[in-house]
Design a protein around this ligand. Structure first.
Ligand code: 5GP
Ligand code: MN
Length: 325
């Protein structure tokens, strides 16, 4: 409670607060930063929201997500929040510089691999940053209205695969129940998150299926999408979301691996596990991180090199009789 009181004091004293997304922002990240921004604004604070990347279409409905500020390299904040961001590099260079210059840096995250790079670190292994943020807002007696509740519900729903993953606890459901009592539009959230796949995205999914490889007696599924694939079906980068879960859901698959050309340079690895395999342990070998059932990393090399490297790690582990856990 002392940590919460300290945070509340810093919020009360701050005249300028920054809240930032990480690069490649997802639903938990965007939902959490928008929830915190709205809550602090209702509390009477001036908040600068930083999203230095494209906002996936599914999350463009979030209240406040369209109110982000230009990154001004000479701006100093009294308080700066990094949410759902396992390491500072994930903030990106420009936002990372703003974070470095802030008087007090706050990290709120649910990733096991987070080392706590802030002055105040709230790191709990719960379903989502949205769940953790809800607890913090309640304990700090910060407001939750319909908009804040919409953002938090989106964060929790998206990071739990709509309350399916085993990170979903009875507490997660209690929180969801409370958020629903704020008259949020559940149908709007459901349609935006789960029922608006574009035709381009559907075509991209078909391309990913053409690239699908099933290995190790059906336990490993791997597929990949190149920039050329994106071009051919006129899909966006964020349209690759969902591909790794789709191949994870094949019966018998324990580890799903999805590779794509990165937006910047090199490749990006995404993994999902539904058996004993701890995907984060593989990700860490590539300098990445995440959780047991969802992890990722960047790879400095093209897709062929990336595929070779990750299959080598997976093979070595299997040959060592190690199921990664
Ligand atoms: P996704 O596959 O959806 O991009 O990410 C799944 C999980 O892995 C997320 O919880 C995310 O935080 C983590 N993750 C993905 N990419 C990276 C990365 O490059 N570095 C770290 N540390 N974690 C990552
Ligand atoms: Mn998350």
């Amino acid at each position: 409670m002392e940590k919460i009181n300290n945070l509340k004091k810093k919020i009360v004293e701050a005249t300028s607060i920054g809240v930032a997304s990480h690069i490649d922002p997802d639903g938990d990240n965007l939902g959490s930063i928008c929830a915190l921004k709205k809550s602090l604004e209702i509390f009477g604070k001036e908040v600068f929201l930083y999203i230095d990347d494209q906002i996936p279409r599914s999350y463009q409905f979030l209240p406040g997500v369209d109110e982000s500020s230009e990154i001004e390299t000479n701006r100093h904040h009294d308080l700066f929040f990094a949410l759902d961001c396992a390491d500072q590099e994930r903030l990106g260079k420009r936002v990372g510089d703003l974070f470095d210059r802030a008087k007090t840096k706050v990290v709120i995250d649910h990733h096991l691999t987070n080392q706590g790079y802030g002055d105040l670190n709230f790191i709990e292994i719960v379903s989502s940053t949205g769940e953790l943020l809800y607890e913090i807002l309640k304990q700090a007696d910060l407001p939750i209205d319909e908009k804040v509740a919409t953002c938090l519900y989106t964060a929790i729903s998206s990071d739990t695969g709509s309350f399916k993953y085993d990170s979903t606890s009875s507490r997660t459901h209690e929180i969801a129940a409370d958020l629903l009592s704020h008259q949020i539009d559940l149908n709007e959230i459901t349609i935006n998150l789960y029922q608006r796949r574009s035709l381009a995205k559907t075509n991209l999914l078909m391309r990913a299926m053409q690239n699908l490889k099933i290995l190790e007696d059906g336990k490993i599924a791997l597929t990949r999408i190149s920039l050329d694939d994106l071009d051919k079906v006129q899909a966006e980068h964020s349209d690759t979301d969902g591909i790794v879960e789709f191949i994870r859901d094949i019966d018998g698959v324990e580890l799903a691996i999805f590779l794509k050309d990165s937006k910047r340079s090199g490749s990006k690895i995404s993994m999902r596990s539904k058996g004993d395999i701890d995907a984060s342990k593989i990700a860490v070998k590539f300098g990445g991180g995440g959780h047991k059932r969802a992890a990722g990393a960047s790879f400095n090399g093209d897709l062929d090199q990336c595929q070779e490297a990750i299959l080598k790690v997976v093979n070595d582990e299997i040959n060592a009789g190690n199921s990664f856990n």
